[in-house]
Design a protein around this ligand. Structure first.
Ligand code: AMP
Ligand code: GLY
Length: 425
């Protein structure tokens, strides 16, 4: 099978690493990729939203399967665009069409979907310019803290948790009246705050059946002990120790089953990953978000634990054969530790040379997130730079091993959390 993988982060490096182990993969193409994916497949420099270039590549390279890593091309309609080309009729596409991707692309759509299908989530109301005054009145009497969500894609910055009514009103005004989040924030979801523990669960679905991948916990805050600003994710552990058979069963019956059934009832075809962002409140799962893709850095912890052939699994999703598919997983704990550029998630510099990559044993799992090849050097090119994953028989062991590997890698301004998995040690 000739495969085109779209994306350039750690998630895509982990996918590429796993795909390249499959005997079913005869050729792997990556666009645009990063310095870490270089050795795993042929690269093209076009962006993930250059639909014409993606289509041309699929035709010229006789691609059998496209795997879409990030959400943006899905939300913008890549699947419909490729499906409109008669010559690509038999192409397998891993990633939903625009309606399915709206589960991530529109918070208001996702909330209405959950409400319609009885899926547990925080209670909410949505507001625009049209019912702005009603929104202000609602905020005045809302319990604290108040969660405000820009409806559209906002590069992970569209969720605000406001401690006071004044702050909530100010932010609400900025979103709707001053367009602080552009079009994405012209509609605002105001949501009840849920206090609990967050976990990430991933389904791969063909639209009717699904398989669940191992769950993970992402560490979103920049600082140790979960303090400071929110980031794209500073590390992950999988499995999550408190997720037992009872919780897993609730996750399936209360959320995953009704989500997949809901897609069918609503007539939304879906082939790809559904990422459920959960808040577990006193043992009960509530959905705080859907994503139409895998998580990053969760993929870097989950892919190494997947023992089944990923290409075979994705092909089964594309051909509607996931029923009765049983995946094999490594029972050990995987811990991923992310190294970021100094200053991230605020302003940071790029272009620093990375040392130490050639001093690691071949068995070390290093997934590049924001790197670029420049001559014979590998340089930093993003906020999140390198993810290291290690296994252990406990979170403590896995985290220790991942930190040890991280300590070998050097670049100016490098920072990583040394406490990933801390609450499970
Ligand atoms: P999202 O972009 O929807 O993942 O939201 C970003 C972060 O905001 C989540 O990872 C949570 O930590 C937090 N968050 C979102 N919704 C809620 C909520 N209803 N209650 C508490 N925290 C939330
Ligand atoms: N790690 C969270 C995300 O990928 O959205």
């Amino acid at each position: 099978m000739r495969i085109l993988l779209l994306g350039s982060g750690g998630r895509e490096h982990a996918f590429a690493w796993k795909i390249s182990q499959s005997p079913l993969c005869t050729a792997l193409f990556i666009a645009p990729g990063n310095a870490g994916t270089k050795g795993l497949g042929q690269h093209f420099s076009f962006s993930v939203t250059d639909f014409e270039a993606i289509k041309a590549c699929c035709m010229q390279q006789a691609i059998d399967m496209v795997i879409v890593g990030p959400e943006e091309p899905l939300v913008k309609g890549l699947v419909e665009f490729l499906r409109a080309e008669p010559l690509l009729r038999s192409l397998f596409i891993i990633g939903p069409g625009q309606q399915g991707a709206a589960l991530e692309g529109s918070k208001a759509f996702a909330k209405a979907f959950m409400q319609r299908h009885g899926i547990p989530t925080a209670s909410y109301r949505e507001f625009t310019q049209e019912n702005y005054q009603a929104g202000l009145d609602y905020l005045q009497i809302h319990s604290l803290p108040i969660v405000l969500k820009a409806d559209g894609l906002a590069a992970g910055k569209g969720v605000l948790i406001c401690a006071t009514h004044q702050e909530a009103i100010l932010r609400f005004e900025e979103m709707i009246q001053s367009s602080k989040f552009g079009e994405a924030g012209k509609k605002v979801v105001v949501e009840e705050f849920l206090q609990g523990i967050e976990i990430s669960v991933f389904a791969l679905t063909d639209g009717k059946n699904y398989v669940l991948l191992p769950e993970a916990k992402d560490y979103k805050r920049i600082g140790e002990g979960d303090c400071g600003l929110n980031t794209g994710g500073m590390g992950a552990v999988s499995p999550v120790p408190f997720v037992d058979a009872i919780l897993w069963e609730k996750i399936k019956s209360l959320v995953v089953d009704p989500t997949i059934m809901g897609l069918q009832k609503d007539g939304i075809p879906y082939c790809g990953f559904v990422f459920f962002g959960f808040m577990i409140v006193k043992g009960e799962p509530f959905v705080i978000e859907y994503n139409c893709r895998m998580g990053d850095p969760e993929t870097e912890a989950v892919m190494p634990r997947l023992q089944s052939d990923l290409v075979e699994l994705l092909a089964a999703a594309a051909t509607g054969e996931l029923k009765n598919y049983v995946i094999e997983t490594d029972p050990r704990t995987a811990c991923t530790v992310v190294a970021v550029s100094g200053g991230y998630p605020e302003d940071y510099k790029k272009g620093f040379s990375i040392q130490g990559l050639d001093q690691l044993p071949d068995s070390a799992l290093v997934f590049h997130m924001g790197t670029q090849q420049e001559g014979d050097q590998i340089i930093t090119s993003g906020g999140r730079v390198l993810a290291v994953t290690a296994f252990g028989n406990s979170v403590t062991e896995a985290a220790e091993a991942a930190s040890t590997t991280q300590s070998v890698l050097q670049f100016e301004g490098k920072y990583y959390r040394r406490d990933i998995g801390f609450e499970f040690k």
